[in-house]
Design a protein around this ligand. Structure first.
Ligand code: AG3
Length: 270
């Protein structure tokens, strides 16, 4: 029996039976795998870490995208950092915005396009402009400004580590309009409290308004956290929410911030 195991921390992991391997290759940057599991359906893993599953990717992508976009209220331009599977782009397009997607690894985009179509066509949409490069380097020389920046990164290991640095948060702040909003996935509050600490303290150095919210993502071992930094608007208040979704709505927007009470209890933040 073929199995896939991810240890999220040094002490706790998740093991899935692999029903079928759909794709596996080593890109210039990482091991890219797509396989099938009876419970989760298709699963995308990068360097042995689960990035998205057919069962629950909508929870992660809807919550990472609609919370900042709805709280902003009238976004026109969105920068997605990472997000090569196209899940965030798919959700962002529902707001009629133009999307700039900066993904490090073209192999991830192609693997998803061919074997795990999360994007619903977003990766080929005329309103989505994809650049394959490291987002840190991209931001350094970027002259454009955005309404919302979404960081849909892998864990802060290797290439993604600089996406959790103060220098990166500073550049993100500078590349946002005066009422801009920033959000980053910030790990499991239970299994990766250090990731959340780092994101929260980094974002707090530059943004006047910083909040944490959470969502349950079964393939990420339960509770997952997000840190949002805002220049003007209160992130907890949705100003525009009428987009078609499976999970996200005005109520879930509020619930996500309320449930972050657990982050306060587990991690002492928020
Ligand atoms: N977002 C992946 C979140 C990190 C998952 N970490 C883990 N399993 N250790 C990027 C891919 C989703 N678009």
């Amino acid at each position: 029996m073929l199995t896939f195991t991810e240890f999220m921390s040094g002490s706790v992991g998740i093991t899935l039976k692999v029903a079928k391997v759909l794709y596996a290759s080593k890109s210039r940057y990482q091991q890219v795998e797509v396989f099938e599991n009876e419970t989760f359906g298709k699963v995308l893993a990068l360097d042995g870490k689960i990035q998205a599953s057919e069962l629950d990717e909508f929870i992660y992508h809807e919550m990472l995208t609609h919370v900042p976009l709805a709280a902003h209220g009238s976004p026109k331009s969105v920068l997605i950092v990472g997000g090569g599977d196209g899940g965030c782009a798919r959700e962002a397009l529902k707001h009629g915005v133009s999307v700039k997607l900066v993904e490090l690894d073209e192999v991830v985009v192609n693997a998803c396009k061919n074997h795990f179509r999360i994007d619903d066509g977003a990766l080929d949409d005329a309103n989505v402009d994809i650049t394959f490069m490291d987002a840190f380097t991209f931001l350094k020389s970027c002259e454009e400004r955005f309404d919302v920046i979404i960081v849909d990164s892998t864990d802060p290991i290797g290439e993604a580590e600089k996406l959790f640095s103060d220098a990166f948060y500073r550049m993100a702040f500078e590349r946002l309009n005066d009422d801009g909003m920033f959000v980053t996935q910030s790990g499991s509050p239970v299994h990766q409290p250090d990731v959340l600490h780092r994101a929260f303290s980094g974002v707090s150095k530059f943004f006047p308004i910083v909040r944490i919210y959470v969502a349950p993502i079964p393939s990420y071992l339960g509770l997952w956290s997000f840190v949002v930094g805002s220049k003007r608007y209160e992130p907890e208040t949705p100003r525009e929410v009428s987009v078609p979704t499976k999970f996200y709505d005005g109520e879930m927007h509020a619930v996500a911030f309320k449930l972050a009470k657990l982050v306060k209890i587990f991690v002492g933040l928020g």
